[in-house]
Write a new protein. Structure first.
Length: 296
């Protein structure tokens, strides 16, 4: 009988321990540590988007509590949030309670204490909290309307780009650019060949130019050594002789002058030449008239 009673006692104790562990686990998930004394504060928010049960509460970056529960007010305009704070944490009056939302959407509660106050808020008092406009809120309120306004323009631009890409003129332009590129490549190769040829020929040309320069220098030296005065006198004497000869040819008191200036002599010579020409022609046509050959 005693053994049966001891088993029932053990089962009862185990059941009680299980209930305690279950209660402790549920409260731990809610942010309540039943082994650690705490103070509760009620914070009123207009919007608690992103805030969940057991969300942390920070003071100067140090976690001092958790969100225990949330419920709507009777008019449905406020959300009362119960914060379980560590027993030693006190909140000065006129302190600010902010709800901040991270980039990932999770929310935390930040308490900014008023260092000028010496009076503290009593537990279970209601504090008015504010929602801090985080980056996600700024994106939602400021950037999304602008993005929505830009989307039709982007759609028009994409439509225009699609029309441009599908246009045969673009394909023709690309082909032309490819042809131009090939021509430029060919011209570059020819230019390289020309430069190579110039690199081979320029030294020879330079040497020839040096030779020409040397020859010109020698010619200049020779010209500098010529006596211009004597040369001028010689040329002047030659011109005077030519002038004298020309004068003599124009006069009629010498043979050349008579030959060049006597019209009658010119006519007589012309008649004589014509008669001689006629005689030769008659001899050629009638040789028997002038040459008599007898054969014995």
């Amino acid at each position: 009988m005693s053994k049966i009673a001891s088993k029932e006692v053990k089962i009862g104790i185990a059941f009680i321990i299980s209930l305690f562990i279950l209660y402790y686990g549920i409260n731990f998930l809610k942010g309540i540590n039943i082994f650690k004394p705490s103070n509760s504060y009620i914070v009123s928010f207009d919007d608690v988007t992103g805030l969940t049960l057991s969300s942390p509460v920070f003071v100067n970056g140090y976690q001092v509590g958790l969100v225990y529960s949330m419920h709507l007010s009777e008019d449905g305009k406020k959300v009362f949030t119960v914060l379980n704070m560590n027993k030693g944490v006190k909140i000065p009056k006129d302190s600010k309670v902010k709800l901040e939302v991270s980039m990932l959407g999770s929310a935390t509660i930040i308490i900014e204490q008023n260092p000028l106050q010496t009076e503290f808020i009593s537990p279970n008092d209601t504090i008015y909290g504010v929602r801090d406009a985080g980056m996600m809120d700024a994106v939602t309120k400021d950037m999304l309307p602008q993005v929505n306004a830009i989307l039709p323009k982007v759609d028009s631009i994409m439509t225009g780009l699609q029309i441009l890409v599908n246009s045969p003129a673009l394909l023709q332009s690309v082909n032309n650019m490819e042809q131009i590129t090939r021509n430029i490549d060919a011209s570059t190769k020819q230019l390289n060949m020309l430069m190579s040829s110039l690199n081979r020929d320029v030294p020879q040309i330079t040497n020839k130019l040096n030779n020409v320069t040397t020859d010109v220098s020698n010619m200049t030296s020779q010209l500098g050594s010529i006596d211009l005065s004597k040369t001028y006198n010689s040329i002047d004497s030659t011109l005077q002789n030519i002038q004298y000869l020309s004068g003599k040819l124009n006069e009629s008191n010498n043979s050349l002058g008579l030959l060049l200036n006597d019209r009658q002599l010119y006519d007589s010579l012309s008649t004589t030449i014509n008669n001689a020409s006629g005689l030769l022609q008659d001899i050629k046509e009638n040789p028997s008239r002038y040459i008599n050959v007898k054969v014995f």
